[in-house]
Design a protein around this ligand. Structure first.
Ligand SMILES: Nc1nc2c(ncn2[C@@H]2O[C@H](COP(=O)(O)OP(=O)(O)OP(=O)(O)O)[C@@H](O)[C@H]2O)c(=O)[nH]1
Length: 366
């Protein structure tokens, strides 16, 4: 009985595992203390207090401290604590015949002790604890040959109730905390999955979901929405000449520029490699073009701290959502065609599906 210990999942750090015995120590004192209380009430009922009271004190009162010392002084405290947990079960097993198989406390103590093994999260510990418990119960039975006293007196019932109540509360509290932790971690994981680690922009899958929603909204409402595909010019030579660390840094700062150049309601993502994408819902052509130009100019003005002589430029293709775009892929293809054109026309410029927009006349793509 260790009063619902905290789980010890595999991914816990080595030091946290090594310190398992510290967190179990107070729980074991509480659990064994309550067990001592129950067992003494049974010994009073069966008239064995004078005969076995000392054994109860040693196995339940003293044991938590011995277990703690054993784990603390062990070269492998975690393993020592696992052994301690198995000894907990063996102790309870021994007490079953000593309590003359008194039904209520025997079942409660055996079930709680086994349940606590599940609570540690240690694989199959509950199973490994059973032979020790059963073995000690058998040994006690063979040596002492106790007369079964199955019925519990009122004092035994009263002594057992706090064990049941406190243990249930501890288990509920632990489960509650566990559920809260899992929910929080799921949320963090989801947020992490949504972001590209290198640039902090939305990751491709999440960006695509958002872009899909914008496309559907634009098709429904006939409100203008624009997709901007941004590609760093001649990025491969940057990697080849200056190395991937510089390439990575360039991608990071370009991502930062894009994030700072769009409005809060725009959705900017890293599409892959040196390619980025932005969707602007409810945005007319002039505004979308202004955003694209701002991104292009800021990328051109970028200087890397470790390589200030490096010049970065980008090409940007724009496409307005239209009813002919049945899928996001269609919309992306349109923006890609514009990007291809911007590259073809000499790079470092913004183009729409039908013409270069940079500096010259805006040509409507429809
Ligand atoms: N350092 C670094 N390189 C990357 C990363 N992702 C993709 N790349 C490289 O980026 C390069 C992209 O090259 P391309 O877009 O095909 O061509 P480019 O040299 O940019 O030429 P244009 O696009 O035609 O101007 C490839 O060599 C990729 O290996 C990354 O996260 N870090």
């Amino acid at each position: 009985m260790t009063a619902a210990p905290q789980p010890a999942p595999k991914h816990r750090s080595a030091s946290a595992r090594a310190n398992t015995y510290r967190s179990i120590y107070p729980l074991r004192i509480l659990g064994m203390g309550l067990g001592l209380w129950v067992i003494c009430s049974v010994l009073i009922q069966t008239g064995d207090l004078a005969r076995f009271g000392w054994l109860a004190l040693v196995t339940l009162g003293l044991w938590p401290h011995l277990a703690y010392l054993h784990a603390r002084t062990s070269r492998n405290p975690y393993r020592a604590e696992v052994r301690n947990l198995l000894i907990d079960s063996a102790i309870v097993g021994l007490w079953i015949p000593l309590m003359h198989f008194n039904l209520l406390p025997s079942v409660v103590l055996a079930v709680i002790t086994t349940h606590d093994k599940f609570g540690t999260g240690i694989k199959r510990l509950w199973l490994y604890s059973l032979p020790g418990m059963a073995g000690m119960a058998l040994l006690g039975t063979l040596v002492l040959r106790p007369e079964p006293v199955l019925a519990s007196s009122l004092s035994v019932i009263i002594a057992t109730l706090p064990v049941i109540v406190l243990h249930s509360l501890a288990v509920s509290f632990t489960s509650y905390r566990l559920i809260r932790t899992v929910a929080r971690q799921n949320k963090e994981l989801k947020a992490l999955r949504q972001r590209d680690a290198q640039t902090g922009l939305f990751a491709r899958a999440h960006w695509q979901e958002q872009a899909q929603a914008v496309l559907e909204g634009a098709r429904r409402s006939d409100r203008p929405a624009w997709l901007l595909m941004i590609d760093i010019d001649h990025f491969k030579p940057i990697n080849d000449v200056h190395g991937h660390t510089v390439g990575d840094e360039a991608i990071r700062v370009v991502g930062e520029v894009i994030r700072e150049s769009v409005r809060d309601r725009d959705c900017a993502g890293r599409y892959g490699g040196d390619e980025f994408a932005v969707v602007c819902a409810d945005t007319d052509e002039a505004h979308a073009h202004a955003i694209a130009q701002r991104i292009r100019e800021r990328i051109e003005a970028l200087r890397l701290a470790e390589l200030p002589e490096l010049r970065l430029t980008s090409s940007i293709g724009m496409a307005r959502a239209s009813h002919s775009h049945m899928t996001l892929r269609d919309w992306l293809n349109a923006a890609d065609a514009a990007l291809y054109r911007a590259k073809h026309e000499g790079r470092n410029q913004v183009a729409s599906v039908f013409g270069a927009l940079d500096g010259g006349e805006l040509q409507r793509p429809y």
